[in-house]
Structure formats: C-alpha cells, structure tokens
Design a protein around this ligand. Structure first.
Ligand SMILES: [Zn+2]
Length: 201
C-alpha cells in the first residue's frame, strides 16, 4: 500500500503554507497610503499602461463607494477608467472573466474576506493590483492589508501632505464622531494627517 504522505511526522501546516505561497506566474502589487494620497490615480495609470501593452484588464470598486462615479474608478481631479462595482469578493470573482490584469480599488471596503480570492487568482497567473487604505480611522491595521502587504511582490506606499501641517501624511483622520469602522466619505469627512497631528482637532 502506498501512502501519499511519505512522512506523517512532517509539519503539515508549514507544508500547506508553502503550497499556498506557490504562485509562480501571478503577481500582486499593493498600492496603499492614507486618503488623498493619489492611490486611484496610480491604479488608473497602471491599467492604462497594461492596456497599452495589449493586456486585457478588469477594474473593480466596492458597490458602496459611489463618491465620484458609480461605474468608473475616478479621482478628485477627474481622471477615470471603467470599473465594475461589486458587493463582495464572490461577485468580484464571478465577474472578472479572463482579464489578465485585475485591479481592485478601495480594498479595505471588502475586508479580510478579499484575501480568499487573491490566492486562486495568483495561481491562475493573473496580475493583481490592489489599492486602498492600510490604516483605519483610528490608526489600526485595516484588513485585508496586513495579509496583502506580507504577500505582495511589490508595495507602493503613497502619502500626500498632512492637512494640518503639510508634513508627509500616513493617517486618514475622520472628522466626525461616527465610530463605525467603514464609513464612506471624501474631504468633507476625512483629512490626511501626519503622526504628530493625528488625533488633534
Ligand atoms: Zn501634521
């Protein structure tokens, strides 16, 4: 009788982790930083470059995010590219077709669950570009970014100026008392802040 597992004493959890990490042809780029740092602009530029190379692209945003445009990724200064608004990672997975390059904006709206579709897409040799805010409104790690940042092939951290003092910002300060973790808003609700100014009025 043959045994598929040659040595039962091996650390199977380490083995399954190694298997999960084996995605020889897919790549994951993470673009993160506080709000108003230019993440969506960079995502749009990446997609434009991929299209210029002749690659098929699919861009996604969360259905709750209709701040600038419902069917496009759009920036404060008017750049835009067509995108599908989806409610959750399952709908995203169902709608991406054969696109070689898959972009996901504002990934923090999807939560930790997003990670579950990242590994299958990498194994399917897709190029993934995931953008969003890696710290929540009180500065805690914001899922799914802790995992994404560990597993990424490339990380680009952007930071605009602190709204209060002009130094490089890393935080997105919510200017209301709402304690919910996910609250969609723009400059009427959030300010980019440096470490020193974060938490001040
Ligand atoms: Zn500051």
């Amino acid at each position: 009788m043959t045994n598929a597992l040659p040595d039962d004493s091996r650390d199977r959890s380490a083995e399954s982790l190694a298997a999960a990490a084996a995605w020889p042809n897919g790549t994951l780029e993470v673009i993160c930083g506080p709000m108003f740092a230019g993440k969506t602009s960079l995502l749009i530029a990446r997609l434009a470059a991929a299209k210029a190379r002749g690659q098929s692209v699919a861009a996604f945003k969360h259905a709750s995010d209709t701040r600038y445009h419902a069917t496009h990724l759009a920036t404060h200064d008017g750049q835009q590219i067509a995108a599908m608004a989806v409610a959750d990672p399952i709908e995203l997975f169902a709608r991406l077709g054969k696109a070689q390059v898959v972009a996901i904006d504002e990934a923090h709206f999807f939560g930790a669950w997003l990670w579950d579709i990242i590994v299958p897409l990498l194994r399917d040799r897709r190029t993934l570009i995931v953008a969003g805010v890696e710290r929540d409104h009180v500065g805690r790690p914001f899922e799914p970014f802790p995992r994404l940042l560990v597993e990424a092939d490339t990380v680009t951290k952007l930071g605009g100026p602190c709204k209060k003092c002009g130094k490089p910002a890393i935080h997105s300060q919510r200017m209301s008392e709402d304690a919910s973790r996910v609250v969609v808003g723009g400059s009427e609700l959030y300010q980019a802040r440096c470490r020193e100014c974060f938490g001040k009025p």
